[in-house]
Design a binder for this molecule. Sequence first.
Ligand code: VAH
Length: 318
Amino acid sequence: MKKFLITGALGQIGSELAMELRKRYGNENVVASDLSKRESIVVESGPFEVLDITDSDKLDEIVKKHEINWIINLAAILSAVGEKNPSLAWEINMNGLFNVLEVARENNCAVFTPSSIAAFGPNTPKDDTPQDTIQRPNTMYGVTKVSGELLCDYYYEKFGVDTRGVRFPGLISYSTLPGGGTTDYAVHIYYEALKKGKFTCPLDEDTYMDMMYMPDAINAIIDLIEADASKLKHRNAFNVTAMSFNPEMIANEIKKHISEFTMDYDVNNDLQKIANSWPNSLDDSAAKKEWDWNPKYDLEAMTKDMLDKLKEKLNIEK
Ligand code: VAH
């Protein structure tokens, strides 16, 4: 029986992953953890531990106490925050991951930790970015992501730790707000469209980036964890994507539901520089071939569901 520990479990991915894993594996088999305890269905619906990912002794104690055999490491500093505080990004994303891999090695746990399209850089082929290609990111977040991919490969090759991961694109969800990434605009636009009928976009109109709706991201994590290990040629850092769009396209999709919605631009140069260094679109054929990756939501389906769910969440008349 799988027994999971999720780090960063109150974040954008963790808050939904914890609930889906508890539904599939039982509440008591999914231990959530985060830097502090706060009111949340994740805290109330099953085991929760306060954990600073840089405290390896505490991590080891929790793994032993709950007899964990899968660590899902989501604690991370994202791209925009990481550029403002690069040493914190290294501390959490790299030293945190190192602690997870060491504790996993000592306690015979498997590890899932996500990489990102940020692991590519300005001289990576931008369109249909291959699974195996040049990776010279120029953000601290990207450096930690490509380093994390290599570290996870090393722990698999050297110590036999069953490490798995995907390169996530921008993730869009209605449940928990994102925590300081370059793709966060694609979440905030839905809230602003419903609350104010208008949105000021921080990226220019032809900034293409890969994106994914959270239900597909949750399924990607669980499907990869459940995948037959013998079929995983790439193991860590599979390219996964569901759609690629620019701000104009998401605004036009929202207008199909909110006809009076308007958007203008006030480009944030720091964010634009990060976005410009990332791919326009990914080739995710390796994930499709090795573990049947199959996203369900495109921009049209995501927009309809986001607006429906946010109207309920924000108590806005349908
Ligand atoms: C970020 N949401 O913007 C994250 C993600 C591909 C982007 O890694 O930093």
